[in-house]
Design a protein around this ligand. Structure first.
Ligand SMILES: C[S@@+](CC[C@H](N)C(=O)[O-])C[C@H]1O[C@@H](n2cnc3c(N)ncnc32)[C@H](O)[C@@H]1O
Length: 348
């Protein structure tokens, strides 16, 4: 946030009022953008349909109402009204169509679906008795996914959309050539492992995750995994694959509270050999008070699964409790990705 602008609005009641109303209505944006994506209106427009009535007709909708939706979306830079009543997708809006490479359509739908609905249970999360997701759906998130394979598939697809751009940045920033065996713990559909294998074809790879993610990886949804081994299990009850030289944990720890993170890291610590590395691949919160999107993702994972975002010092504390120690942090070319590297602690 721009602190100078904040200061100006602090002293101007009209600006303060406007800003507050904008904040309070931000749900409208999520709902409008998500519905636009879900109804496939971006897909219709990607096919070259520009007239609002034709766009509405393609999905059996009321022309005037679709016109008003498009007009509102134009204020966000998602569509542009070229001439009156004719709209085109902007480069930003094309990310909501299913044909564009690197599109975020599944994510737009997800964030307007139960990922949005669970925010009505923020107070449940704040009391700490159960997660907002449990209040909404009656079961912990990952248990629920295991019982709903179609939802697990959709979630894995979203993970690919959200974290896909981080993958080349990780591979470019970290030298895997010193290793023989890489293990991805909670590796989802194997997209990161696939990219690492493509860059280092001599590596042996093992993917460890729950059943649906492993099934997706075997279907090739995360990309080719030549020669990879697959281990299906729960990281709290199944021993991590043994003998890895490097263990990847991308966006796994932030799904869990500190106690569970220590259980996960200790499981990895028992499996790895003494010289192995553990790479926590997340976006650490700044250690100072500089603001950033991590503060919001922190709430999202709190609501979803009781997780949290962490500073590098927080990770160091978890490592210490798990028989590991922080070795170094390596920034990547992606703003939301840092490699936090740990090794076995000599005291362990
Ligand atoms: C946020 S997703 C990240 C997936 C992948 N690492 C990536 O970055 O795209 C978390 C992954 O951890 C897996 N996971 C969560 N809890 C797990 C558990 N208890 N045991 C094994 N895998 C788990 C999920 O199935 C999911 O694939």
């Amino acid at each position: 946030m721009d602190s100078k602008r904040d200061k100006a609005s602090d002293v101007n009641p009209a600006l303060l009022h406007k800003k507050m109303l904008q904040l309070l209505s931000s749900l409208w944006v999520t709902r409008a953008v998500g519905t636009f994506a879900r109804l496939g209106l971006a897909d219709v427009m990607e096919d070259g349909v520009e007239d609002y009535a034709a766009i509405a007709a393609a999905r059996g909708l009321v022309p005037d109402r679709v016109y008003r939706l498009l007009r509102a979306l134009s204020t966000l830079g998602i569509v542009a009204e070229s001439t009156r009543g004719r709209f085109v997708l902007t480069p930003l809006g094309r990310l909501l169509g299913s044909h564009s490479p690197n599109n975020t359509r599944t994510t737009a739908i997800f964030l307007n679906d139960y990922f949005a609905d669970m925010w009505t249970h923020l107070d449940d999360a704040l009391t700490g008795e159960r997660t907002a997701f449990e209040a909404l759906k009656g079961a912990p998130f990952f248990d629920w996914l295991a019982q709903h394979p179609d939802e697990a598939r959709r979630f894995n697809r979203m993970m690919l959309e959200v974290h896909g751009p981080e993958t080349p940045a990780i591979v470019a920033a970290y030298d895997f050539s010193q290793f023989d065996h890489v293990v991805d713990v909670g590796g989802g559909n194997g997209s990161l492992l696939s990219a690492v294998l493509a860059a280092y074809p001599k590596l042996r790879a093992t993917l460890f995750d729950m059943a649906e993610a492993i099934a997706a990886a075997k279907r090739g949804e995360g990309g080719p995994l030549p020669g990879a081994s697959f281990v299906t299990g729960d990281v709290f009850t199944t021993a991590a694959p043994e003998g890895g030289d490097v263990y990847l944990l991308r966006h796994l720890l932030h799904d869990y509270d500190d106690r569970d993170c220590v259980r996960i890291l200790a499981n990895v610590g028992r499996a790895m050999h003494p010289q192995a590395r553990v790479l926590v691949l997340e976006a650490p919160l700044p250690s100072d008070d500089s603001p950033g999107p991590g503060r919001w993702l922190d709430l999202q994972v709190m609501l979803l699964c009781g997780g949290r975002e962490r500073t590098v010092e927080d990770y160091a504390g978890l490592f210490e409790q798990s028989g590991l120690r922080l070795a170094r942090t390596i920034p990547t070319g992606h703003p939301a990705m840092t490699v936090v590297e740990a090794v076995a602690s000599p005291r362990a």
